[in-house]
Structure formats: C-alpha cells, structure tokens
Design a protein around this ligand. Structure first.
Ligand code: FMN
Length: 133
C-alpha cells in the first residue's frame, strides 16, 4: 500500500454553513471506512483540503470530490508519497472562517488567506497542521 497526501483548493459554489455540516458528516463517515485522514479549511471564498491515505483510496475519493457541484475551479496543489500521516487523528478536521487564525496564516502568505497564491506543499501542510490544533 502506498501512502499519499493530496492537497487541492477550490471555490465554493452556492453553499452555506448547513451544507458544510452535511459535507463534513458524509466525509467523516466515508473517510473512516476508507482510512483517509486530513483537514478541510473553508473561509467563505475558498476550500483548501488535505487528504491522506492509500493511493487508491485517495484517488477514488478525490475523483468523487472533484465531480461535486458544491465547489468549482479545483486546482491540485500537490500529490506526494508520504512515509507517515500529519493528521492521523482526524477523519476530517474542519477549520472554518471564525477559527482561521490570521496570525498563523500570515506567517505563510502575505495578506488574506488565499490558497491559490500558495505554492510550497510543505509550508501549506505546516500551516494546516497549526490551524488544525
Ligand atoms: C469541499 C469538499 C470536500 C469534501 N471532502 C470529502 C471527503 O473528505 N470525503 C468524502 O467522502 N467526501 C467528501 N466530499 C463529498 C464528496 O464530494 C462526495 O459527495 C462524497 O464523497 C460522495 O460519497 P458517497 O459515494 O458515499 O455518496 C467533499 C465535498 C466537498 C465539496
């Protein structure tokens, strides 16, 4: 089994906080079964998600996620093999708008949180890890 980490960002498409709850409930149930872990950030303008798990499970799930009409303009930031998980305890940790600590974000990017302007996967994963705590 090859363990991988996938990072992508996207733009929400006509969804509100209730829809986020539904996405999280479904995600956590599925990810538990698939042994996928990770974190999802949503600031109202963007999603940024990290998925960790076997290459086959992450690939299959990402294809479903990419076809979901609740977001658009999906951009894969990185897909890398990993030797261990950074988010082993979370079937899908969620960091919403009000939890998005700007003092953490600003040490990884200038200005507001905008994953489309972030390049380096290791920095993004570090930022996600700090935000997720
Ligand atoms: C931003 C976003 C993140 C999502 N993350 C996950 C996820 O981590 N795991 C998951 O199973 N579904 C996730 N979904 C939902 C999937 O797009 C899809 O609806 C779901 O995987 C279908 O599951 P089912 O085949 O059991 O019906 C996400 C959807 C969105 C919009």
């Amino acid at each position: 089994m090859f363990l991988v980490r996938l990072l992508y960002c996207s733009t929400p498409s006509g969804i509100g906080d209730v829809a986020i709850e539904a996405i999280l409930d479904k995600s956590r149930a599925n990810n538990q079964l698939d042994n996928i872990t990770g974190v999802l950030i949503y600031n109202g303008s963007y999603f940024l998600q990290c998925l960790e798990g076997s290459r086959s499970n992450v690939s299959r799930r990402f294809i479903a996620i990419a076809n979901d009409s609740r977001h658009k303009d999906i951009e894969i930031i990185d897909l890398s093999p990993i030797s261990e998980r950074r988010f082993p305890q979370w079937t899908m940790q969620y960091v919403g708008k009000t939890d998005l600590d700007q003092s953490i974000v600003s040490s990884y990017t200038t200005g507001e949180f905008d994953p489309r302007r972030m390049i380096f996967p290791e920095g993004i994963v570090d930022m996600l890890w700090r935000l997720a705590q």
